[in-house]
Ligand binder design. Structure first.
Ligand code: WQD
Length: 335
């Protein structure tokens, strides 16, 4: 049985990936500092799979703790989610993001190299493309100037990893996520509502639940079918399964380069208003909204060309936007 370290494994995407890892027989150990989640997620994962993952509460900024972890645990691969991820917050607190997303990445990579752990999956983001010139977006699209320190840490992270694979035996795959939505069908794990939601779906959920008065739709004057911005909303369980496919590619030594990149999305773009209306149709819930000014830093359109992930990873999305929205609402109702 292979042992996989999942950093940030009690977070939204991390917890869903732990469940899928356990479902296919991996032994999982989680590192999480609980800065953006709660320890209850560990029991919720256990209640889904019947297997309690090993867990260490470690702040990856604590270099000695990272060093000690890799001396104590023998792992066959690492899936690295641990990072701060609020775009707006990163603009106001860049140093927090560079310390928490970059320093920690270097400490994990250093101890992997020292301990001959060579399989690394990185949580990257389509944000590295900025506003891509062509749709759908392929992995050959040029990466652009980051719109935020958060986005910059994803771009820098990819460079750090690429350089490390050139100088060591490290093999890496960066998964460039589009927009994760939804929750596990059990509704036992999902995106925890911490603070005022910055992302669209959590805000839609809280508006439908009466927690928020109304949704502000940031701009309806974009050059899109209905004037609102277009994104590629992927079910978090499909996204989690992409990590398994990427990990197996490295474990089975099927990678064709020491550092590879895959766009993980559905390949379909939806406008903000299409999402709102699909949510209302799927759940029967009303979402009060108003049109508000554009949000600084937003791009107009982003949706993935998933050909490479389909052909090389043997992975594709299985769930629809509506299934993602329905699972989100089931999760929200259980909060
Ligand atoms: C989607 C669309 C908004 C909120 C960011 C990061 C990405 C990833 C996901 C971490 C946009 C509109 C939103 C609201 C709205 N981050 N919107 N009203 O900005 O595409 O991606 O979050 O993993 O890396 O870049 O996601 O959900 O914030 O916005 O109209 O209250 O919804 O303007 O068009 P985004 P989002």
């Amino acid at each position: 049985m292979k042992t996989i370290l999942v950093t940030g494994g009690l977070g939204y995407i991390g917890s869903h990936t732990v469940v899928e890892l356990q479902n296919v027989g991996f032994d999982v150990v989680i590192i999480d500092d609980l800065s953006n989640t709660s320890i209850g997620v560990l029991d919720n994962i256990t209640s889904i799979t019947g297997i309690k993952p090993r867990y260490e509460q470690i702040d990856l900024k604590d270099r000695e703790a990272v060093k000690h972890f890799f001396k104590y645990y023998a792992v066959d691969g690492v899936i690295h989610f641990a990072a701060s991820k609020a775009v707006g917050e990163s603009v106001h607190e860049p140093l927090k993001y560079y310390e928490n997303n970059i320093s920690t990445l270097t400490y994990v990579l250093k101890e992997m190299v020292v301990n001959n752990v060579s399989n690394f999956i990185f949580s990257s983001s389509c944000t590295v493309y900025g506003q891509a010139d062509e749709m759908p977006i392929t992995e050959n699209a040029p990466t652009k100037e980051a719109e935020s320190p958060y986005g910059a840490t994803k771009k820098m992270g990819e460079v750090i990893i690429s350089d490390t694979t050139k100088a060591t035996d490290l093999k890496a795959i960066a998964l460039r996520y589009f927009n994760p939505i939804g929750a596990h069908p059990s509704a036992k794990i999902g995106e925890l509502p911490i603070g005022v939601p910055q992302n669209l779906i959590p805000f839609v959920l809280q508006t439908a639940a009466g927690i928020r008065k109304e949704l502000s739709v940031f701009g309806d004057d974009y050059p899109t079918p209905d004037g609102t911005a277009v994104r590629d909303y992927i079910h978090v369980v499909d996204l989690a399964k992409a990590h398994i496919a990427a990990l197996n590619r490295l474990l089975d030594k099927k990678n064709k380069a020491n550092c590879e990149y895959f766009n993980i999305g559905t390949g379909k773009g939806s406008t903000v208003l299409e999402v709102v209306h699909a949510f209302e149709k799927t759940t029967g819930k009303k979402v009060n909204y108003k049109i508000a000014p554009r949000r600084a830093g937003d791009i107009v359109t982003a949706y993935a060309d998933t050909t490479l992930a389909n052909t090389e990873l043997g992975w594709k999305t299985e769930m629809s936007l509506e299934e993602g929205l329905a699972s989100s609402w089931k999760w929200q109702e259980g909060l």
